[in-house]
Design a protein around this ligand. Structure first.
Ligand code: SF4
Ligand code: FES
Length: 238
């Protein structure tokens, strides 16, 4: 165990040199809200949900290295208010109709919104009409629920060695594409057992014929908020 520590909301958290604030906190069982990060994956730094106060300046916990004795604040009213705004933007940019989504109750996006007290969408809905890809026999891709976290891109490329997914376009035109000349999932080597299928924090990437199999009340986040389920260590979404 390293002797080095930093303070996270007043509690000492151990770290080793080079470890990020996020990875040190998760390894210690302390939750920092996040969507585009999972331990073991190269940090992406795109969702900004993990923004914390690091000794008086703001930064993403998933991309900033832990520094000895630095005072990090995460659970402040101001930071959680900004997290609610970020989540409201994600919700209106997509079609997150949770009552009809198979991922409801197991969805990190929904769960972190509950945790930080997001009560309404606040902003006008975009109602996007992105293509849905149901061509694959085992997998469904609903781009209207995709938050462009790129976890599936990283998992497919870096763990599965298949490089099935990519992001195309920039800004409001950015969308998840699949690396096949036809543009269809059916023409990629993706399999339902791939790691890429376990990392999606939303209902964008789903395994077919598994929906609604867990009764309401027993889904991942039905009983306890995200970050408080035992063990309090986030290793995968969903
Ligand atoms: S499909 Fe899921 S894992 Fe992939 S980029 Fe979209 S939200 Fe992230
Ligand atoms: S988890 Fe840090 S920016 Fe998304």
């Amino acid at each position: 165990m390293s002797a080095k520590t930093f303070l996270l909301d007043g509690q000492p958290v151990s770290f080793v040199d080079g470890q990020t604030i996020m990875d040190a906190a998760l390894a210690a069982g302390v939750y920092i809200p996040h969507l585009c990060h999972l331990p073991g994956y190269r940090p992406q730094g795109s969702c900004k949900l993990c923004t914390v106060d690091i000794g008086g300046r703001r930064g993403a916990a998933c991309t900033n290295a832990a520094v000895e004795n630095v005072d990090v604040k995460c659970e402040t009213q101001e930071l959680n208010a900004d997290r609610r705004s970020l989540l409201q933007m994600l919700f209106v940019e997509g079609n997150h109709f949770c009552p009809s989504c198979e991922k409801s109750g197991n969805c990190a996006l929904q769960a972190v919104a509950y945790r930080v007290g997001m009560r309404d969408p606040h902003f006008p809905h975009f109602y996007p009409a992105h293509d849905m890809d149901a061509s694959h026999p085992e997998v469904l891709l609903d781009r209207n629920r995709c938050i462009l976290c790129e976890l599936c891109v990283r998992a497919s490329r870096d763990v599965d060695g298949k490089n099935v997914f990519a992001i195309s376009g920039r800004g409001m035109r950015a969308r998840l594409i699949v690396n096949a000349s036809s543009g269809r999932l059916a023409d990629t080597p993706l399999a339902a057992g791939d790691r890429a299928m376990t990392v999606c924090p939303t209902g964008a990437l789903l395994t077919k014929r598994q929906g609604f199999s867990v009764p309401i009340g027993r889904r991942t986040y039905d009983l306890k908020p995200i970050g408080t389920t035992a063990p309090a260590r986030e290793t995968q979404h969903g």
